[in-house]
Design a binder for this molecule. Sequence first.
Ligand SMILES: *[C@@H]1O[C@H](CO)[C@@H](O)[C@H](O)[C@H]1NC(C)=O
Length: 228
Amino acid sequence: MFTPIVLLTALLPTLITSASTTTPKSRTVQASLNSALRTAATAFDRAALLPNNEDWYYDFPAHSTYNAPTGAVINADAATFPALTGMGISIALLKLAPCGMLPPHLHPRATNLVTAITGNTTTYMIGENGVGLRQVDLVPLRVTIFPQGSLHMMQNNGCEEALLISALNSDDSGTLNILPALWSVSQPVIKAAFGDDNLNIEALGNDIPDVGTGAIIGSAECKSRCGI
Ligand SMILES: *[C@@H]1O[C@H](CO)[C@@H](O)[C@H](O)[C@H]1NC(C)=O
C-alpha cells in the first residue's frame, strides 16, 4: 500500500521542472507616464508630458547590462523610453560577446529587422511549419528580417564582439525564449513532445541558461576556435 506521502515523494521529481523559473522583473521605468501618454487627449497634450530634451533620447550605454560579459539585448521601447509609448516602434542594441548568441526566441507582437554594424553573425529563422530554415550571415550593413512570431536565433561567429541594431514594429514587442518556456511544462509531457518517454529530460534541461541579459555564450566549436 502506498501512503499519500510515499506517492507524493514518488511523483515530486516529475512535477518539478529542471529549468530555472526565475520570473523576469518588469522593465517599465515610469509606468504612470506610459499611462498618461496613452490617454492624452491630443498630440499637443501628449507633447506637454515630455517637456524636456532628456525625454527625447535613450542611451544604450547607460543600461546596467551594457558591459555584461555574455553581451546583452538592450531595448529602447515603451518600458525604458516612454516617448515611444503608442508609436508602434522600438529599437534594440544587440551586443554579442565573442561567440555570443541569442538563444531561440520569438517576438509575439513585432516583426524584427536586424542590421549588423560590426562582426559576422549567423542568423537562423523558421517562419512556420514546413517552410524551412532561412540562414543568413549578417556581415556589416547587411539587414535581415524575422517576421512577427517567427522562431529565430543568432550566433556571433567571430572572436571579437559583434554589434547589431534591431528594429521592431511595436513599442512593446515582447520576447519568448522557447527553451526555458518549454522546460516549464511537466517532464512527462515534454518527453511525449520529443517522442521519447525515456528521454533524460532532467539532464537535458539542467543547464538551459536563464533569460538573463538576453545573450548567452555560443557553440563549443566557436569557443575552441577563439580559445575561450
Ligand atoms: C561569416 O562567417 C561564416 C561562418 O563562419 C563564414 O562561412 C563566412 O564566410 C563569413 N563571412 C565573411 C564575409 O567573413
